[in-house]
Design a protein around this ligand. Structure first.
Ligand SMILES: [Zn+2]
Ligand SMILES: [Zn+2]
Length: 174
C-alpha cells in the first residue's frame, strides 16, 4: 500500500478501513490483516502516521508446541522521514517514542510499516495462553490436553525433611 506524498493534503489524509494487500512472503504470508485505519499528516518533509490495526498471526506455542492464532489489536504511531543518503535500514529507532521509517522517492510504504509494527507485537517466546503448562518433561504429553501424574519435581517440599534424614542415614552407612 503505497501512499504518495503529493496525495497528502495539508489537513492530513484519513484512510478508513483499508485493506493491506498480502505482499508478505514465507510465514508472514499467513498473517491475516483486518482493515486498517490510518491518518497521515505532513510535518515539513516528514509524515506522521497514526492508526489502528488488527492482525491474526499464526504461531507455535513455545511451551506446548501447539499452533495457535495470536490476535493483535493495537494502535500504531510512526514517523516517515526522507531516507538519508547511505542509510539502508528500513526502520531505525528514534529518540522519541515514535517508530521512524524512511521513505524513498516521495512514496510511503504503509504495508511495510504495518509489517514492522506487527513484528514488534509478536513475542519472542509466544504462549498459546498465559500460564500454559507446556509439555511434561517426563512423559512428553501436552499438559493442556492431558494432565498427567508424572513426578516432575524431585520431591514434594513437605517431604524435604525426610529426604534430608534419608541422605544422612545413607551417609552414615558408608
Ligand atoms: Zn501452549
Ligand atoms: Zn507426564
Amino acid at each position: 500500500m503505497m501512499i504518495r506524498l503529493e496525495d497528502i493534503p495539508d489537513e492530513g489524509l484519513k484512510i478508513e478501513r483499508a485493506e493491506i494487500p498480502s505482499v508478505f512472503t514465507g510465514e508472514e504470508a499467513n498473517w491475516g490483516f483486518g482493515p486498517v485505519s490510518v491518518f497521515l499528516r505532513k510535518e515539513g518533509a516528514e509524515v506522521v502516521v497514526t492508526g489502528t490495526f488488527h492482525a491474526r498471526v499464526p504461531l507455535t506455542c513455545g511451551r506446548c508446541l501447539e499452533p495457535f492464532i495470536l490476535a493483535l489489536d493495537d494502535q500504531v504511531a510512526g514517523r516517515f522521514t526522507p531516507r538519508p543518503p547511505g542509510r539502508a535500514e528500513e526502520v531505525a529507532l528514534s529518540t522519541d517514542d515514535l517508530d521512524v521509517a524512511f521513505y524513498d522517492v516521495d512514496e510511503i510504504d504503509l504495508g511495510a510499516f504495518f509489517r514492522a509494527e506487527t513484528l514488534l507485537d509478536v513475542p519472542m517466546k509466544p504462549l498459546c495462553r498465559e500460564g500454559c503448562p507446556g509439555l511434561c518433561p517426563v512423559c512428553g504429553g501436552n499438559r493442556n490436553l492431558n494432565p498427567c501424574a508424572c513426578e516432575t519435581r524431585p520431591l514434594d517440599s513437605r517431604l524435604a525433611p525426610f529426604r534430608a534424614l534419608a541422605d544422612r542415614l545413607i551417609h552414615q552407612e558408608k
